[in-house]
Design a protein around this ligand. Structure first.
Ligand code: GLC
Ligand code: CA
Length: 530
């Protein structure tokens, strides 16, 4: 059973903001912190009570802020330290929590530490990074090519798990651990409520093994978040490696490491690799979600519920039908994910059913991963084939500026946006969705409100139920109240409901009541159970 702070986190509805693409308030085409503050009431109305802000620190933006030049300053385009203070203040006034993105695995090559480190082998920063006379293994960078880069200044190679401009920090050096503790403390003193921790599984290395879950990982995470000053924080670690035992250990409350982790098993649906589509049914999504839900619950751990983030194409474009049945797919997935037990994360644009964008040329992309990938792909295929893959899997799908409305500038900016809008901006935008008869946004609002009002849906236990093929069903139960959720994965489907199904609490087909019989495509129904 979850106790204490972890139990409270079950009712956190966290909205992930990619600041560059959220709202531009000063007409330079780039989203900014004031834009976030301006939309807090909008988020509250949706039922959001926390935000996770993607990196907004000073950065040359080789990897859009995940290359940090100064952990204690704000990126010029995003605003000033006063703007972030104002944002934190305005959030707390509304009873909302703020989670910052912490990037402890690497810095920008422009960071002072690296600038010093590359100068010589015997300066105070020389061991802040990993330096080698020759690459010690054949690790590849996540963005393509070798993970080792020769540096003229120092006459040695350094490790960069990501872009060339993102050298990996050497956590074996106690000074690095201290520096990162000080960064955490700086933001805790600023009043933030937690951290999303970037690629946390990679900060301890085993150069003879895989580049994750190194031998000192627990110790390093504990050093960050197991201290009196940090124990109370909400922390979610990004963990790409799929290893349930490691995840369970890191999320165990008594270890004071992380509150929860992002696990990507269910997000890896509908694709053979990141850029290659394979048709997959909702059943597979459910199987994966359900397996993780059960494994985390078994050990009394906090699970994190999400469908999208800034690192993938949209989930509803890999599953279901994002064309004719976009509303139905989006709402069915929402019910399947956010009525489970865990902390909820919703990515900007998801609340009105955003889908993948479709561009003709690589010029319309910004992301380093996509550009490197495209350069590789055209060696073996036509530009049309390569761009189709980028359109499918590229991270820019979820990074394009928000479509608040369908007008020029999409309500995002009065200038030229920093990156082209979605090609579907005139059809899929907040204003249009809110005015529609079938509104994804209203469904999300109603779902989050129901979650808030129903202890069974937040702190309640989870149990799978079986209603036969082509659908999923589960029961959530707390303090004597029970809720029953049914989601139909198919076209029309005859579903036999239990006798005990009582009042209908939520429907994505606008029903007021629902009996055994036909369920429409991707129809969901949530009942009180007698
Ligand atoms: C994480 C981030 C991603 C970034 C990478 C390197 O996976 O989510 O956007 O490129 O780490 O920091
Ligand atoms: Ca701006």
């Amino acid at each position: 059973m979850l106790t204490g702070k972890f139990r409270d986190f079950l009712s956190w509805h966290i909205y992930q903001i990619y600041p560059r693409s959220f709202l531009d308030t000063n007409g330079d085409g780039i989203g900014d912190l004031r834009g976030v503050t301006a939309k807090l009431d909008y988020l509250k109305e949706l039922g959001i009570n926390a935000i996770w802000l993607c990196p907004c620190y000073k950065s040359p933006n080789e990897d859009n802020g995940y290359d940090v030049e100064d952990y204690r300053d704000i990126m010029d385009e995003f605003g000033t330290m006063d703007d972030i203070r104002e944002l934190i203040d305005q959030m707390h006034k509304r009873g909302m929590k703020i989670i910052m993105d912490l990037v402890p695995n690497h810095t920008s090559s422009r960071h002072k530490w690296f600038q010093e480190s590359r100068k010589s082998k015997d300066n105070p920063y020389s061991d802040y990074y990993y330096w080698f006379d020759a690459p010690p293994n054949d690790w590849q960078s996540m963005f393509g090519g070798s993970a080792y880069q020769f540096d003229e200044g120092r006459g040695q190679y350094y490790l960069h798990t990501y872009a060339v401009g993102q050298p990996d920090l050497n956590w074996e050096n106690p000074a690095v651990v201290k520096e990162m503790q000080a960064v955490v403390d700086f933001w805790v003193d600023m009043g933030v409520d937690g951290f999303r921790v970037d690629v946390i599984d990679q900060i301890s290395k085993d150069f003879n093994g895989a580049n994750c879950f190194g031998p000192r990982l627990h110790e390093f995470i504990h050093a960050l978040f197991g201290r009196d000053k940090t124990k109370h924080l909400f922390t979610v670690g990004e963990c790409w490696a799929d290893n349930i035992e490691e995840v369970r250990r890191h999320a165990a409350p008594e270890r004071d490491e992380l509150s929860t982790l992002f696990q990507f098993d269910h997000q890896d649906i509908g694709r053979a690799d990141k850029f290659t589509y394979v048709p997959t049914g909702m059943q597979e999504l459910w199987n994966r979600l359900c397996a993780w839900q059960e494994r985390m619950q078994e050990n009394g751990l906090l699970y994190s519920l999400f469908t999208d983030n800034h690192d993938n194409g949209w989930l509803i474009s890999r599953i279901g039908n994002d064309k004719q049945l976009r509303y139905e797919t989006a709402t069915c997935v929402a019910a399947m994910v956010y009525l489970l037990r865990g902390a909820c994360f919703i990515y900007q644009g998801q609340e009105f059913g955003m889908t993948n964008s479709c561009h003709d040329s690589i010029e319309e992309f910004d992301d380093v991963e996509s550009k490197n990938m495209y350069a590789e792909l055209i060696k073996t295929m036509t530009p049309e084939q390569a761009i189709a893959k980028i359109n499918f899997g590229g991270r820019d799908n979820t990074r394009r500026p928000m479509c608040w409305n369908g007008g020029e500038g999409c309500g995002f900016t009065t200038a030229k946006p920093w990156m082209p809008f979605h090609t579907l901006a005139d059809k899929i935008n907040l204003e249009r969705d809110q005015a529609a008869e079938k509104s994804v946004w209203r469904f999300y609002r109603d779902l989050l409100a129901l979650r808030c009002a129903t202890p069974a849906l937040t702190v309640g236990s989870f149990a799978k139920a079986d209603l036969g093929e082509g659908c999923c069903a589960f029961v959530r139960e707390a303090e004597g109240s029970k809720v029953f959720v049914v989601c139909n994965f198919e076209q029309e489907n005859q579903i036999r409901l239990p006798e005990s199904c009582g009042k209908l609490l939520l429907s994505n087909y606008g029903h007021k009541e629902k009996k055994t019989g036909c369920f429409q495509p991707f129809e969901i129904a949530v009942f009180e159970l007698n």
